[in-house]
Every structure is written in structure tokens, then in C-alpha cells.
Design a protein around this ligand. Structure first.
Ligand SMILES: O=C(O)CCC(=O)C(=O)O
Length: 265
């Protein structure tokens, strides 16, 4: 967790972008959870091509440099954005998962920058199992396509049966055993995490508390395109193919622009 990484100007830009995004969702957007009181968790992804404020952040903020330094990369490409918007009081918690097994990318040198655009308490923030990105395990984890109370069609699906090496442990039953961490965070703070780390939670909000999160995903040196038979979420395989990208390629083109390069000394 990195405190005060982004200025209030960037938070304002992203907040404006998120408002635009919620008014003009992509075809990928959907509600992940809607409870009996009408509280919702809204998700959208890869909206950046249509949202100018997201483009400003991706191309002009120091997010790519931050990812580059953390990953000790020689270059950084942008992968995609995703937003997680919980209306006040939403209880929905994101299931524990790793990101890489769902992605159309494989590699160790990847990271997500998770940024709350409103203050969030430790108990409501995304939580992590430290070190779990190092164990080379793919867990039998959740099919996020099941999060679809409105019955949207053409939702990405995954099924890790036969691929996963282990069941996902019941982390919530004994968070101390897994050294689970999360933090009180202010707008401007972020968590940068490896796509192999087990993470989940967030939600369980107090009655009047909302949560608006912008995430950006960044690719370092060893990231390569991979199409997975177990399904992918978000599934970029079709658009990657349209852009001439194939398994084994280094992601690039206008779809995954190179944003940052290390200085050569
Ligand atoms: O904020 C959340 O609830 C989920 C975030 C997440 O899983 C991610 O960014 O990979």
C-alpha cells in the first residue's frame, strides 16, 4: 500500500471519468450484485478508449512509471482498466481469487494499481494474502460470470476444473492464519499488487458509505499473450486476434500501448 501516491487533481480526473463511465457503460459492463434493498455493485472494464479522463490518467500520470519501478521493468504496456462501484451500504464482497489465471496474459511481471476514489476503511478495503503470488499455484477459483443478477447474455465464463492444482482455502474462516492484510485508505493512496496474489473482500459497507474504485493493470517484461481453454475473464482473445496479436506475443499495438520505458544509463 502506497500512501499519497496520486494528487487530488488525478483523483478529480478519475472521479469525473468514473461518473462518465457509469453514465456511458461499455457493452462489457454489468451489475455483479444487487440485493433486496436495491444496493448494487457495478463493474466495467476496458472503458478507457471511450473515456477521455481515463486516457489522461493512463498516458500522463506516473502510474506506468510506478508499475515500471515496482516490477523493475525495462518497459511497461497498459493492459486494461476496471472499475468496482458499490452503492452505499453494499455488503457484497469480491470472492478470493488470483487475476492471472483469468487473463489473456501470462507472466510474473504484471501489476494492478487499486485506487479508491473515496475514503475506505481497512475492514471494507480489498484484502490480500501476502506472499501467495510466490507459490506457483493455480487455485480452483470463482467463475465471476456467475455474478449476473440481471441475466446479461454473453458474459465471460471460466472453469478451472482440471487445471487448478488446489481448492481455494477458506481464508475468511481464519484470516489471521493467512496473515490477511488490508488498509485504511484515502483518495490518492493505492495498493499495487501482483496478478498472482490471492485477493478479495472489500464491501460490507456501513449504511451511508459508498465505495468507488478505479483499477489499472500494467504489463512488464515477461508478460506474453496466452489464450486459455478454461475460458478467460475479461476475454480479450477475439480483439487481440483482430489486432494481429497471438499467443506468445509481447502485448502491444494501440490496444495495449507502451506507456513507459526505463532510462538507459
Ligand atoms: O475492488 C474489488 O472489489 C475487486 C478488485 C479486484 O479483484 C481486482 O482489481 O483485481
Amino acid at each position: 500500500m502506497l500512501e499519497g501516491m496520486f494528487s487530488h487533481q488525478w483523483i478529480d480526473v478519475l472521479s469525473q471519468g468514473l461518473a462518465n463511465n457509469c453514465e456511458n457503460p461499455t457493452s462489457r459492463a454489468r451489475i455483479w450484485d444487487r440485493d433486496a434493498e436495491g444496493r448494487t455493485m457495478f463493474w466495467d472494464s476496458q472503458a478507457w478508449q471511450g473515456i477521455e479522463e481515463y486516457q489522461q490518467f493512463i498516458f500522463n500520470s506516473h502510474a506506468a512509471e510506478l508499475a515500471g519501478n515496482l516490477l523493475k521493468a525495462t518497459e511497461i504496456n497498459f493492459f486494461f482498466d476496471a472499475v468496482f462501484v458499490r452503492s452505499p451500504g453494499t455488503q457484497f464482497s469480491t470472492p478470493w481469487h488470483q487475476d492471472e489465471p483469468y487473463w489473456t496474459i501470462e507472466g510474473y511481471d504484471t501489476c494492478t494499481i487499486w485506487m479508491p476514489l473515496v475514503p475506505v476503511k481497512k475492514k471494507n478495503a480489498l484484502a490480500f494474502v501476502p506472499g501467495s503470488h510466490l507459490n506457483n499455484l493455480i487455485f480452483d477459483q470463482y467463475n465471476f460470470g456467475n455474478l449476473n443478477p440481471d441475466g446479461k447474455s454473453d458474459v465471460d465464463q471460466v472453469n478451472f476444473t482440471g487445471i487448478a492444482q488446489e481448492s481455494i482455502p477458506d481464508i475468511d474462516a481464519d484470516p489471521e492464519r493467512y496473515n490477511v492484510v488490508s488498509w485504511d485508505m484515502q483518495p490518492g493512496d493505492c495498493v499495487a499488487f501482483n496478478s498472482r496474489i490471492l485477493h478479495g473482500g472489500s464491501g460490507k459497507l456501513d449504511e451511508n458509505q459508498e465505495l468507488k474504485v478505479f483499477t489499472s493493470k500494467w504489463l512488464g517484461d515477461d508478460a506474453r499473450i496466452k489464450f486459455r481453454e478454461c475460458g478467460m475473464d475479461p476475454d480479450h482473445s477475439e480483439i487481440m486476434t483482430q489486432y494481429g496479436l497471438k499467443p506468445g506475443d509481447r502485448p502491444g499495438t494501440d490496444l495495449y500501448p507502451k506507456i513507459w520505458e526505463a532510462e538507459v544509463h
